[in-house]
Design a protein around this ligand. Structure first.
Ligand SMILES: [Zn+2]
Length: 353
């Protein structure tokens, strides 16, 4: 319960909406900023405050003051979320996870369930999931948030594996048990096994693609069959050598980055924004090979990952394959991407909290 009363002029006073003359309590932040608030709003937002205000108040003639442990940078967004829409408060935004995490911490501490739920939509926003999935995962584990942890774990598949030199460290890992990191590595291992085996599946690709029908360029050496099974029909075809080798490389790429985007999508932001140039072998200097939106070449697999483009270039040397390989490969990659995502999607992160 509030144990002191406000002394005007002793502390900094926060700006609107925390300067309202009809406020009935002051929350003073750890850095000495006063937030004039309404008990009713706090009671509606938090059983913690509701119970506190049930206790006898010291003096009804003086505005009560409550010292809290949170700094003003945390208190302002947290208390702003207690106001109704009609108060016309500027919507809260978080540019970094370092801004969001302490507010989430406070909302959990004060049992503000609706506000916590709202903050979680910020935590799993596309921006944070795409750029800092490991940090999002760590925060989700810290607060025992299973759905958010699973979503973030899936997003980490698009990044280099945790622990590799290419995966940036995040201090948020300091706040989770080793078990949570073990579960993430375990999840990635299982996704890697499944994703890298997708290229060798036998019943998910039509046999209409040119690499199944060309009889001009060399056939595959390993006599591995790919087949499409219709309602009652089953047909076996042996692909051309360039395509067989393409699928073997695809398996290796999916072993490094087990998600559908590996076969179609742009490079991870961590590698596309650092200005590294493509190497002669198509690598972008981080062990992953892509041709993303930067690729401006026309033909020979333009817009495809670099490692795919190399095989398309080989197919273009065949007078039969070259007629359809670019269109067929684009259609195939979309199917391939869906197949990988479907296969990986059945893997579930184990949680221990
Ligand atoms: Zn051919």
């Amino acid at each position: 319960m509030p144990d002191t009363v406000a002394s005007p002029g002793e502390s900094g006073v926060s700006m609107a909406p925390f300067d309202h003359p009809k406020a009935d309590i002051i929350l003073r932040s750890s850095d000495g900023v006063d937030f004039r608030m309404f008990k009713l709003l706090l009671s509606l937002s938090s059983p913690f405050f509701d119970s506190m205000f049930e206790l006898p108040q010291p003096c009804e003639d003086v505005l009560p003051l409550l010292d809290v442990t949170e700094p003003s940078t945390t208190l302002r967004p947290l208390l702003s979320l207690c106001f109704p829409l009609a108060a016309n408060i500027t919507p809260i935004t978080f540019k970094t996870l370092e801004e969001l995490q302490p507010v989430l911490e406070a909302s959990v501490k004060y049992d503000m369930s609706a506000i916590t739920t709202h903050l979680l939509t910020h935590l799993i926003s596309p921006t944070f999931l795409q750029t800092q999935p490991l940090a999002v995962y760590a925060i989700a584990c810290r607060y025992k948030l299973t759905p958010q942890a699973r979503l973030a774990a899936k997003a980490t598949l698009r990044q280099p594996p945790p622990g590799s030199p290419l995966c940036p460290f995040t201090n948020h890992l300091d706040n989770i048990p080793a078990t949570s990191l073990f579960r993430l590595l375990e999840y990635r291992h299982r996704c890697t096994e499944i994703a890298s085996s997708v290229p060798f599946g036998t019943k998910w690709m039509p046999l209409t693609y040119v690499w199944f029908n060309c009889s001009h360029c060399p056939p595959g050496k390993r006599l591995r069959s790919w087949a499409w099974e219709g309602d009652d029909d089953f047909e076996c075809r042996y692909p051309r050598q360039w395509w067989e080798e393409f699928m073997e490389v695809a398996s290796g790429e999916l072993g490094k980055r087990p998600c559908g985007e590996t076969v179609t999508g742009p490079p991870p932001s961590s590698s596309s924004s650092d200005g590294e140039a493509e190497g002669v072998d198509g690598s972008v200097g981080n062990g992953f090979t892509y041709l993303g939106a930067r690729g401006s070449e026309v033909g020979n697999g333009s817009g495809m990952p670099v490692w795919v483009k190399r095989f398309v270039a080989r197919a273009m040397e065949c007078p039969t394959c070259r007629t359809n390989v670019q269109d067929d490969m684009r259609r195939f990659l979309k199917l391939f991407e869906r197949q990988v995502d479907r296969a990986v999607g059945i893997v579930e992160l184990k949680v221990d909290f």
